[in-house]
Design a protein around this ligand. Structure first.
Ligand code: NAP
Length: 289
């Protein structure tokens, strides 16, 4: 039997609606929740992410302050810009779109953001708070996956979760969130050093792919009935498509026949990332009122 498709778009719309209502309450009190979005360069994928974020902010009644910089911007100039945004009381959140041009040290830039405005949740202070289970901003994509898993109401406590990928923005924080006591899953983290990946994936009650490799997870790697979360967003060349590419996840769509639940690409995890960003901006703005 084909898997139940997890509708990330529908879940994300509920969260965006809640954010909109909370933004309206803030506006009544004279505060317009504002996110500064900094983009250096013209990377097409980054441009499209930034546009999506601005649109979502506007729809939720928040301000998106778009700051476009040339790819030649210096690290010193970028750090000075961040310092200005840190001191700007009208700005509640700062997001620097990654990747940055290669001559700029991403870690330095992320660390320069005031942790109170770190709505991406990438600052070492936010990461530390997450690991210690203290209040703070959770990174948007891992948080979005957690919300999706809660939404389908499968038992997470004790579930064996296999995470394919250990990046700082997805795999590692998500593995951490899932092992928190209030979630209580057991997590195996796989990466390029993992031997015999299929041996691990076949044991997963919940299989999460965040490897950035199109269709890495084949149907034979999925335990029948498992929950499969596909974080991957890969552009693969497609001459039949208008823009010359199509989006493809890290999971082979044929795995739908094996899984119990599965997220589509697009329309699964992607919309959740933006929704959780709005959630964090509201959290940042409410903390200042
Ligand atoms: P990343 O930084 O490239 O990390 C990929 C991770 O996957 C690494 O830990 C890597 O292992 C592991 N990996 C790669 N190939 C593997 C293989 N064959 N077997 C096992 N592990 C493998 O990528 P990322 O930033 O986490 O993003 C992952 C994917 O999610 C990308 O497609 C990205 O576009 C997508 N993404 C989507 C959203 C969204 O909103 N939907 C948000 C963020 C990212 P090593 O550590 O050993 O190199």
């Amino acid at each position: 039997m084909a898997a139940h498709i997890i509708d990330g778009k529908a879940v994300s719309l509920k969260i965006r609606e809640e954010a909109k209502q909370r933004a309206a309450v803030l506006r009544e009190k004279g505060t317009i929740p504002c996110l500064a979005v900094v983009l250096a360069g013209e990377d097409p994928a980054s441009l499209s992410y930034v546009k999506g974020k601005s649109k979502a902010l506007a729809e939720a009644g928040m301000e998106g302050r778009d700051i476009r910089l040339s790819a030649a911007v210096t690290e010193t100039e970028l750090l000075a810009l961040i310092a200005g945004l840190n001191n700007d009381e009208k700005v509640h959140g700062i997001l620097v779109q990654l990747p940055l041009p290669r001559h700029i040290d991403e870690n330095k830039v992320i660390t320069a953001i005031d942790p109170a405005k770190d709505v991406d949740g990438f600052h070492p202070v936010s990461v530390g708070n997450m690991i210690l289970g203290r209040p703070g901003f959770l990174p948007c994509t891992p948080h979005g996956v957690l919300v999706l898993l809660r939404e389908i109401k499968i038992p997470l406590s004790g579930a064996h979760t296999v995470m394919v990928g250990r990046s700082n923005i997805v795999g590692t924080p998500l593995a951490n969130l899932l092992t928190r006591r209030d979630v209580n899953a057991t997590v195996t983290v796989c990466h390029t050093g993992t031997k015999d990946l299929i041996r691990h994936t076949l044991q997963a009650d919940i299989l999460i792919a965040a490897a950035g490799k199109p269709a890495l997870i084949k149907p034979e790697m999925v335990k029948p009935g498992a929950v499969v979360i596909d974080v991957g967003v890969n552009r693969v060349p497609d001459n039949s498509a208008k823009n010359g590419y199509r989006l493809c996840g890290d999971v082979d769509p044929a795995a739908t026949e094996k899984a119990g639940y599965i997220t589509p690409v697009p329309g699964g995890v992607g919309p959740m990332t933006i929704a959780m960003l709005l959630y964090n901006v509201i959290q940042a703005a409410e903390a200042k009122v």
